[in-house]
Design a protein. Structure first.
Length: 94
């Protein structure tokens, strides 16, 4: 796995716009904090599956998922930050 910069991660997040914030006009630095958090924990030996899980969990934490009961939380996750599967594509690019 190649090493990737925080800015490259941010570009990938903007491209995929998992929370659809760029689509509705958010500033281009909207995913800056998530990119920084992902970059801080990346290791060159991580698998795509691990990166997917880390990325998804960072978005869940950043957007407040987990404060509801399990069923409501699951519905809220998909509506707000998208499905877990979409983060696999992002992880492949990271």
């Amino acid at each position: 796995m190649r090493m990737i910069t925080k800015d490259q991660i941010e570009t990938i997040l903007i491209k995929h716009d998992p929370v659809k914030l760029i689509k509705i006009g958010a500033p281009p630095d909207e995913y800056n904090q998530e990119a920084e958090l992902i970059h801080q924990v990346l290791d060159p030996n991580m698998s795509v599956d691990v990166i997917q899980e880390i990325t998804f969990n960072i978005f869940a934490e950043q957007f407040g998922v987990g404060s509801r009961n399990a069923l409501d939380s699951a519905i809220f996750v998909v509506k707000l930050i998208g499905s877990y599967e979409q983060y696999h594509i992002i992880a492949q690019e990271i």
